[in-house]
Design a protein. Structure first.
Length: 446
């Protein structure tokens, strides 16, 4: 049996006849799938951010320049962004259980190899490979969330799942600091998170499964009562060729392109504030480094709450429509960024609230745009659709550093914030046409 046979989608089995057993089985597996995805994706951040927080120790121990370290960071953005798209196609044509688990195991292995290296060539090689397999985390989760949670509740579940990277991002600096403090070397700061991710990858292999039908359950649309028409259900559940996935349901879908370009601009704002906010607060607003650091921590906290709020609001307030929340949160992000720009100096509490609100609002579209991409494509193309949108987003993240660094250095901080506000306005204008669309059938009619 070849590799492709090993990772192919799990076959549907005979459906359970007892409706009470269907309910109890669905309840069990939905909970099991969710906590497995949540833990698994949080640990992807252990091997994605370990290098970021080990950089100061690497500079001291190896004498690496900031330029060299910056190149390594860009290598991961580059390989990760491309991999998100490629692995999206792979996850739609395979079993996400194996794609996500194997991806996490391999990121752990390449973190360990990175820790044994000492030359910039091998650093770049292993960090680039780490970035490639980092891309195996998001698309399988998009596929699983689409298959296990219905349209009317998906915003809440997806929003909660999206907080996993906030948790992972918050824990990894603590893990890295403890490793360096206890062992006295930056190498343990990548070895230990790498080893932990290998173990969690094995955990995912044990916990995850593919579709509900592979466990004898009805499709989530049928179980939730969202479809009663057998023809419509059959259309959603039919397997697609790679050509159909790519050219009919993703690259041929104009709304996927609109979403992806909007995602590009959203990620510029998110990355710029996240990477440059501390410097701005310290240099321009005269906030001490410690207090500025606390402000930036509130960005992640705001993002966590914003993701939950945006998902819940799109489910309950707008009955499954994500467009209104995307537009309103994007407008809120613009106002928060402007508030940060125009705020008074030496007022720590004010800037703490502005950074918090920026995170709160920007993580709304950061989470929902990926979900909308899955919903307005075909159900069997969810991984590819979110992978394509994610690739565009990380292309935005990759170019943010050079662009905003040049803008702020040559034209000043005012130009920096004008640029961010302009990116926010463009994202709003792009998201407006998707105000009323909820799912793929409405796109097809449009």
């Amino acid at each position: 049996m070849g590799l492709l046979d090993f990772i192919k989608p799990a076959e549907h089995i005979q459906q359970i006849a007892d409706q009470e057993k269907v309910k109890s089985t669905y309840k069990y597996w939905r909970f099991r799938m969710f906590y497995s995805m949540y833990v698994g994706y949080a640990f992807f951040y252990f091997t994605r951010k370990s290098f970021t927080f080990a950089m100061p120790a690497m500079m001291t121990e190896l004498g690496l320049s900031k330029t060299s370290l910056g190149i390594l960071g860009s290598v991961l953005y580059f390989t990760y962004g491309i991999s998100k798209f490629v692995s999206g196609v792979l996850s739609d044509k395979s079993n996400p259980r194996f794609i996500m688990a194997v991806g996490l195991i391999l990121t752990g292995i390449f973190n360990i190899f990175f820790g044994f290296s000492s030359s910039i060539f091998f650093f770049a090689l292993f960090w680039g490979l780490n970035g490639w397999f980092q891309g195996w985390g998001w698309p399988p989760c998009a596929r699983l969330l689409t298959h296990w949670y219905s349209q009317r509740e998906r915003g809440t579940w997806w929003g909660f799942w999206n907080t996993s990277h906030n948790i992972g991002g918050a824990l990894i600096p603590v893990v890295v600091s403890l490793c360096i403090l206890h062992f006295g070397s930056w190498r343990y700061a990548v070895w230990i998170p790498g080893g932990m991710c290998i173990l969690v990858g094995l955990f995912l292999l044990n916990r995850l499964r593919d579709t509900p039908q592979s466990l004898g359950l009805p499709s989530i649309e049928k179980y939730s009562g969202e479809v009663s028409d057998e023809k419509e259900e059959g259309e959603q559940e039919k397997e697609l060729s790679t050509k159909e996935i790519l050219f009919k349901y993703v690259l041929g879908n104009k709304f996927i392109w609109i979403l992806s370009i909007a995602y590009f601009f959203v990620y510029i704002v998110r990355t710029a504030v996240n990477d440059w906010g501390l410097i701005f607060l310290n240099d321009v607003k005269n906030i001490s480094l410690i207090k500025a650091g606390i402000c930036m921590a509130s960005f992640e906290i705001g993002g966590c709450i914003g993701s939950l709020t945006a998902g819940w609001l799109s489910d309950k307030g707008f009955k499954g429509k994500r467009g209104p929340v995307n537009v309103l949160f994007s407008l809120g992000a613009i106002l928060a960024v402007v508030g940060m720009w125009k705020g008074p100096s030496n007022v720590w509490g004010y800037h703490l609230s502005m950074i918090f609100m920026t995170g709160f609002f920007i993580f709304g579209p950061q989470m929902l745009i990926g979900m909308v991409a899955a919903e307005i494509s075909h159900k069997k193309a969810a991984g590819t659709a979110t992978g394509f949108a994610g690739w565009m987003a990380y292309f935005g993240a990759m170019i943010t550093g050079p662009i905003v660094g040049t803008v702020s250095e040559t034209l000043g901080w005012n130009a920096f914030f004008v640029f961010l506000a302009a990116c926010g306005v463009i994202s709003v204008l792009l998201l407006l046409p998707l105000w009323s669309i909820r799912r793929s059938q409405e796109v097809i009619k449009t």
